[in-house]
Design a protein around this ligand. Structure first.
Ligand SMILES: Cc1ncc(COP(=O)(O)O)c(C=O)c1O
Length: 391
């Protein structure tokens, strides 16, 4: 849209790039046989117990507006779930239910970011995390992760040096999309202390916290360390852990003092999440643990399968993801990930996301969403092997 009406949109909107993942997916439109691993979602639908509960609510006529901050019973259920998961009391007064994880990010940013603010973002990262502060007129400074010894790692000193006292917000997504990098338990306190010292808001995008490949129920989170009044907002979603991408439901944990303002912003963004969707979420939280456990096991097996397959190919570097649902890897000599991703679609029938979609730091890399059945991942690996042989 910004290209069609270049002079009409605000400058911050005109400079937004359209999604490079979509650009690759569009190159595959109409092709008869493409195995797609480009989007960040499972190839399986939402578990039946969640769909059935929401369908009942819909049949019962639960089709009206509800509370801005989410239905009180959902907020209470969420408070109990999060308190148990993180081993620390998280009261409903700190919660806001949103229409998706991305909407939680946008609303949190609307509450905190002013034009001209300096914002730091750990990259490469899912494009929305960096573009949302840009839409609001912030100056975004990337702090890039690096592949080291077969894993992605964060240079803590560099991050701390970047977080100067005039920084307004640090956006940090862990486990990270696209790399699978996961914040180290021991790095949390230093980041929190530094943000506290300078009054910097910490915006933790925790949508993959349940999808960690360690035995712990959650990836390391700031929530158990933080005081309820700390300048911390944790955004989250039902999309990934409960395979509810199409439902558009998320939440955030924030200081109680901010929640009233979030409610007002919710009114002006989406007003409220649909009642029957929230009913499905109650089922996800109260009956969903066996599903989440099984999903984690499936994703762990898929990660091992895809990583082993990639590492067996000549010239492939594939650091090990510690969480999430993606392998972020590169082929020797690839400097233009968009061109390569398009060639893979048209010449090999393989749909991957180009690393450049995740910021300059992702250029040269490709992302494979392995939340797919083993046969599909295996067929994709075969296509990549054939393509590399023929090159
Ligand atoms: C890092 C990250 N944050 C947030 C989201 C938002 O998820 P949703 O808007 O589906 O809740 C995604 C989705 O891919 C993501 O990868």
């Amino acid at each position: 849209m910004s290209q069609a009406f270049p002079a009409l949109a605000r400058p911050q909107v005109r400079q937004l790039r359209s999604s490079l993942i979509r650009e690759v997916a569009n190159a595959g439109l109409g092709l008869p046989d493409v195995l797609a691993f480009w989007f960040g979602e499972s190839d399986q639908p939402t578990p039946a117990f969640i769909r059935e509960r929401a369908a009942r609510a819909l049949t019962d006529g639960r089709t009206f507006y509800t509370h801005n901050l989410g239905r009180p019973d959902l907020r209470a259920t969420l408070a109990a779930y999060l308190s148990d998961l993180h081993g620390t009391p998280i009261g409903a007064e700190r919660l806001a239910v949103t229409s998706s994880g991305v909407s939680a990010l946008m609303i949190a940013a609307q509450a905190l970011v002013e034009p001209g603010d300096k914002v730091a973002v750990v990259t490469p990262v899912w494009p929305n995390v960096a573009e949302i502060p840009r839409i609001l007129g912030a100056q975004v400074t990337p702090v890039s992760l690096e592949p080291r010894n077969g894993r992605w790692s964060l240079d803590l000193d560099r991050l701390i040096d970047t977080l100067t006292p005039d920084t307004r917000v640090l956006f940090l997504n862990s486990p990270n999309n696209p790399t699978g990098w996961t914040l180290a338990v021991d790095d949390r306190q230093a980041i929190l202390d530094h943000c506290r010292k300078h009054g910097i808001w910490l915006l933790a995008d925790d949508v993959y916290e349940r999808l960690s490949f360690s035995p712990a129920r959650s990836a390391p989170s700031f929530l158990p360390l933080a005081d309820p009044r700390d300048r911390l907002v944790s955004t989250n979603s039902f999309s990934k852990a409960w395979r509810m991408t199409g439902w558009r439901l998320g939440w955030m944990v924030a200081p109680a003092e901010l929640v009233e303002a979030l409610g007002v912003l919710l009114e002006y963004n989406t007003s409220c999440a649909p009642d029957f969707v929230q009913e499905g979420a109650v089922a996800a939280l109260t009956e969903g643990e066996p599903h989440v456990t099984a999903l984690r096991a499936d994703l762990g097996a898929a990660r091992d399968q895809v990583l082993a397959g990639l590492r067996a190919l000549p010239g492939v570097e594939a650091p090990e993801p510690e969480g999430g649902m993606y392998a972020f890897f590169r082929l020797a000599g690839c400097e233009d990930s968009l061109t390569l991703a398009k060639a893979l679609v048209t010449e090999a029938g393989l749909g991957l996301a180009p690393g450049a979609a995740f910021g300059e730091e992702g250029e040269g890399w490709l992302r494979w969403c392995f939340a797919a059945r083993p046969e599909k991942n295996a067929a994709g690996l075969e296509r990549l092997a054939r393509y590399l042989c023929a090159r």
